[in-house]
Design a protein around this ligand. Structure first.
Ligand SMILES: [Mg+2]
Ligand SMILES: [Zn+2]
Length: 191
């Protein structure tokens, strides 16, 4: 019998790379220690995937663009993720990237704080959610983790660290992904 894998779901902006609203590959800059943290999680047996809201794509459920001034398109997003992959390097490649491409006015089940992206990836990759984690720099990431039934961790490396105060009481807080990953590895739930 094969055992289900544990997964570390990661928000992208403010966790792996600096800032937010990244609309071009040249804006992408890794947070110190992020690539090594991802590599160490993978080595410890975890699946590592990214779940990111990309409302800048402004799509409806059929992929039609519903906001003409949208700052992002699919081609630019592919360039950003190719650059992310290049900067992360061979040992820190994410196992998947899930996006919510929907315009803010579209009511979907994937945009965080809902857990839809995590739940979907969990099914796709046969994840044991009870041994899994979500790491984010916004309260909406923490809430998405709770919605999907994984343990949420908050990191202060985003551009709004005061978001910590919007998280449910008792949420574990770390300076950055480096320290959060060390905590996750210490639980020994990757294997
Ligand atoms: Mg973020
Ligand atoms: Zn969505």
């Amino acid at each position: 019998m094969t055992q289900k894998r544990a997964c570390v779901f990661l928000d992208r902006d403010g966790v792996i790379n600096t800032g937010g609203l990244i609309n071009s590959a040249s804006d992408l800059k890794l947070i110190p220690g992020a690539a090594r943290a991802i590599a160490s999680l993978k080595k410890a047996g975890y699946l590592v995937g990214i779940c990111t809201n990309q409302g800048g794509l402004s799509e409806d459920f059929d992929g039609n663009v519903v906001w003409k001034q949208r700052p992002l398109n699919r081609e630019k997003l592919a360039e950003i993720h190719a650059e992310l992959s290049r900067q992360l390097g061979a040992k820190a490649q994410p196992d998947f990237i899930k996006i919510c491409p929907h315009a803010k006015k579209i009511v979907c089940t994937c945009r965080k704080p809902k857990g839809g992206m995590l739940t979907e990836a969990g099914k796709e990759f046969d994840v044991d959610m009870s041994r899994s984690f979500m790491v984010g720099d916004m309260a909406t990431d923490v809430l998405a983790g709770i919605d999907a039934g994984v343990a949420p961790l908050f990191v202060l490396s985003g551009f709004e660290p005061e978001q910590k105060d919007k998280c449910p009481a008792g949420t574990l807080v770390f300076p950055s992904l480096k320290e959060a990953a060390a905590h996750i590895i210490k639980t020994g739930q990757g294997k």
